[in-house]
Design a protein around this ligand. Structure first.
Ligand code: DC
Length: 227
């Protein structure tokens, strides 16, 4: 059996702001193509959660980076296990989101997670979503997409998601939280969220998730030879 050189394994990198729908689109594209899927934001969420569980101050960059390096994780289709505990729900709360965004601003935390993310590049291919998938983690990705939507559309989607899960959510508060996170993720010194010149822009403000998935699959067929 021949092993493909990693660089030839196709990667579809989808970056974008909070609640743009990139996770849903990336997962569905991965399923349609039979590719692996990486939710890179989960790693920052897990780092912040693990640090808090170990009593580490989230302002202490070196100690948080140490936590990131030694994360003990198991990923399953529908859950993630940290040190033997199912934390799938705990990493999705609003405070977990803000904490993830805070620790993600530390350069040493980001570099501690780099190789772990690259290890997801396994045949037949990978779809990944985050903020720096195309700029830092997989700069040679065969297809790069910047997926966004207006703040109002994103806040409305997030509010509905929270309500569906039985949480109370006030649209105005959600807008404020999204803006805080967008601001931090876009203005940090390392790997800020931005659209690259060679990335396709996909604005989902006015289109359904189905149409967004279809558009990504069309681009994938145009740009990835093996499809
Ligand atoms: O995609 P998400 O909302 O689950 O990400 C949570 C936080 O993690 C986000 O506010 C910024 C950070 N993040 C990052 O800095 N780089 C990534 N590739 C993914 C997420």
């Amino acid at each position: 059996m021949t092993t493909l050189p990693t660089a030839t394994i196709p990667v579809i990198a989808i970056d974008g702001p909070t609640a743009s729908g990139k996770g849903t689109v990336a997962q569905r594209v991965a399923t349609a193509l039979g590719f692996h899927y990486l939710d890179s934001g989960a790693l920052y969420r897990l780092t912040a959660l693990a640090a808090l569980k170990q009593g580490v101050d989230l302002n202490d960059e070196n100690r948080v980076a140490e936590v990131a390096r030694s994360l003990n994780l198991q990923f399953f289709a529908d859950k993630v296990i940290l040190d033997g505990e199912d934390v799938s729900e705990q990493i999705r709360t609003e405070s977990a989101s803000q904490n993830a965004s805070r620790v993600a601003a530390f350069p040493t935390v980001r570099s501690a997670l780099t190789e772990r993310q690259r290890a997801f590049r396994v045949a037949p291919g990978l779809v990944c979503d985050g903020r720096d998938m195309a700029s830092v983690i997989f700069p040679d990705a065969q297809l790069k997409i910047f997926l966004t939507a207006s703040v109002e559309a994103r806040a409305e989607r997030r509010t509905n998601q929270l309500k569906q899960k039985g949480n109370s959510a006030i649209l105005a508060d959600v807008v404020k939280e999204l803006r805080t996170r967008d601001e931090r993720d876009s203005n940090r010194q390392v790997a800020p969220l931005r659209k690259l010149d060679d990335a396709y822009l996909l604005d989902t403000t006015e289109i359904s998730a189905d149409s967004a998935v279809e558009q990504v699959l069309d681009w994938a067929k145009d740009t990835i030879q093996s499809l």
